[in-house]
Design a protein around this ligand. Structure first.
Ligand SMILES: *Cc1c(COP(=O)(O)O)cnc(C)c1O
Length: 391
């Protein structure tokens, strides 16, 4: 058996899509440990620490983390089933594909949903939000911090300020699946009610864990609802005692936690919160990686979807293909050079662009040279594809 210090993951293509992402050897080793009992003292300690470190990552003292087996999507179900009652209004800020999906999920649980769409490549403006909030009373407002289909970054701090000023009781829900760990998000300072995320993007863990943090206000709203919670598995009533028990050193059972994944997530959280690189330094390293990739794209004459730098995410980059070229002309050239990038996702322009992720160890562990590799392969692949077209 290999020890933790000796363990090295098998050679593989570099995974630079906007999730799942490359994970460290330590995280992968934790994921490969023999499963432990979910009620054993060792696991109780790990789960409790994972809950506490999750708070640190989003800068909250009072927020209540929920770590539940499931993908990021389960966070939408938690929000819709615990916070919104039949016929209540939800306002969805749309900066790409994931706004549509969140709206769809809210509707599935009986919410009346209005969607405010930003122009492609931008985020919804504060004036549009203010106008919508003045026209109707909304139980929740949702904002996608980074929409993974467009690479558009929304100003969550400003959105929350607008909500508090215009409609103080509306709950501010942040879809942070593609931002937590790679973009700054200050839950308490910005007065957020829910941030939902997942293990496999900026948090640098294999997929399978839904991670959500709810404010005391959000928990109060869910406790005081008049109709029952509309989900069994996603019910905070069921999960809250479990999270509290583990945090206070005792086991409790509602549904089996993914013990291996929690161990892997715990290892990643230690890297995020206990390493020599502070969280703020981590965000800065993501900004630097992002600027390098975006500068290389500009050199090659490639256009981003984000129309202005303020709308551009730091953990990923979306780029239109050069004129006259499509996915099959370009993407195999990346794969051939050992790099896995992602195609388009937003239906209206699906075959016109591609996406590169630069989150987690790829951005933070500069000794890996991942960003150099991305820049080199981007240059080689695009140049080669253009030459092929010219022939
Ligand atoms: C990836 C993603 C989701 C969905 O997460 P899954 O883990 O695929 O269920 C939701 N919102 C955003 C912004 C995402 O990037």
């Amino acid at each position: 058996m290999t020890s933790r210090d000796e363990f090295k993951q098998a050679p593989h293509k570099l995974l630079v899509i906007p999730g799942p992402i490359e994970v460290s050897d330590d995280v992968l080793f934790s994921n490969a440990l023999p499963p432990v009992s979910h009620v054993s003292p060792d696991f109780i300690k790990i789960f409790g620490e994972a809950i506490r470190m999750t708070r640190e990552v989003v800068f909250t003292k009072e927020g209540q983390p929920f770590l539940i087996s499931g993908s990021g999507t389960l966070g939408w179900d938690q929000v819709a089933s615990n916070l919104v009652e039949q016929g209540e209004n939800a306002l969805v800020l749309h900066s790409g594909y994931f706004g549509d999906s969140f709206a769809d999920c809210l509707q599935a649980y009986g919410a009346k949903v209005d969607v405010v769409k930003a122009e492609l490549g931008t985020a919804v403006s504060q004036s549009a939000i203010e106008e919508a909030l003045k026209a109707k009373k909304y139980k929740v407002l949702t904002v996608t911090h980074v929409d993974t289909s467009t690479g558009v970054l929304s100003d969550v701090k400003a959105v929350a300020q607008t909500v508090r000023r215009v409609s103080p009781d509306t709950l501010v829900i942040v879809d942070g699946v593609c931002s937590v760990g790679s973009e700054e998000l200050r839950f308490d300072d910005w007065d957020i009610d829910v941030v939902l995320t997942a293990s496999q993007k900026g948090l640098g863990t294999p997929p399978g864990l839904s991670i959500l943090v709810a404010s005391p206000r959000a928990l109060r709203v869910s406790h005081s609802r008049t109709s029952p919670v509309t989900s069994y598995y996603a019910s905070w009533k069921k999960w809250l005692p479990i999270m509290k028990a583990y945090e206070h050193g005792a086991a409790a059972y509602f549904a089996t936690p993914p013990v291996n994944l929690i161990q892997a997530y715990h290892s990643s959280l230690r890297e995020l919160t206990r390493s020599s690189v502070s969280l703020d330094e981590r965000f800065k390293l993501h900004r630097e990686a992002s600027q390098r990739v975006k500068a290389a794209a500009v050199d090659l004459g490639l256009k981003q979807i984000a129309l202005e730098p303020v709308f551009a995410a730091n953990g990923m980059t979306t780029l239109y293909f050069p004129e006259g070229l499509g996915p099959s002309d370009v993407l195999p050239r990346f794969a051939h050079r050992g790099l896995v990038v992602a195609g388009g996702l937003l239906t209206s322009i699906k075959d016109k662009y591609f996406r590169i992720g630069h989150m987690g160890v790829t951005a933070v562990d500069t000794s890996r040279g991942d960003v150099d590799t991305i820049v080199r392969v981007l240059r080689e692949s695009i140049t080669e594809a253009k030459m092929q077209r010219a022939r």
